[in-house]
Ligand binder design. Sequence first.
Ligand code: FPP
Length: 234
Amino acid sequence: PEHVAIIMDGNGRWAQQRGKARHAGHRAGVETVRRVIETCGQQGVRVLTLFAFSSENWQRPKTEVKMLMELFFTALNREVRRMKKRNVRLRIIGDISAFSDKLQKLIIESEKTTADNDCLLLQVAANYGGRWDITQAARKLAEQVEQGELKVDQITEETLAQHLSCPDVPEPDLFIRTGGEKRISNFLLWQCAYTELYFCETLWPDFDQEDLLAAFRDYAGRQRRFGRVAEQVS
Ligand code: FPP
């Protein structure tokens, strides 16, 4: 797959099973992130999109939200050097205006220092929601109509898609959700229209290289028809 999108689920349960606090699961989850980036780079994946924090995650207990923000900050701070070395470009998608100034600054800085890297594009969805994405794109189009720059009949799937969060990358080929739930949970709703879905029971902190390669093998066996019949695509 060229573009892989992942919902990293199961950190809390992983910690609970070990009698630890939820944040221990999130911390262990960061190790998995590092492993997955490495394997994706080796396997020739061009874009990796990770769901780190959804628009709905603000509803979690205050202490967990605070801890996730801190973890996000320290992980970013620490990993940027490694990303440079591994030729990984970082991009955050989502409404980052809700984050602290300090975190916003670090995000912008990290994106800048990795901007020329071209082995793997790592997109981290933070304060992201698929509905938010489609809504903000619709709003931009409406503004253009209001300004007289766009006619209503010029609103097409293509023009709307151009205003989504990552218009310059191919849509995900493979969507993976760990942790046993079988839901898209408001991730890349528009972009996943024809994405192959893969669900596994493994909790995110336990998700290792073999689990990822198993997902890739499963994907390799799928026939992607994009609405056509088998004879047309084989
Ligand atoms: C879902 O597990 C996981 C999250 C809401 C947070 C994921 C964030 C990380 C792994 C850190 C990411 C950091 C970087 C730098 C990308 P859950 O808490 O919903 O688990 P549960 O379903 O078992 O409760």
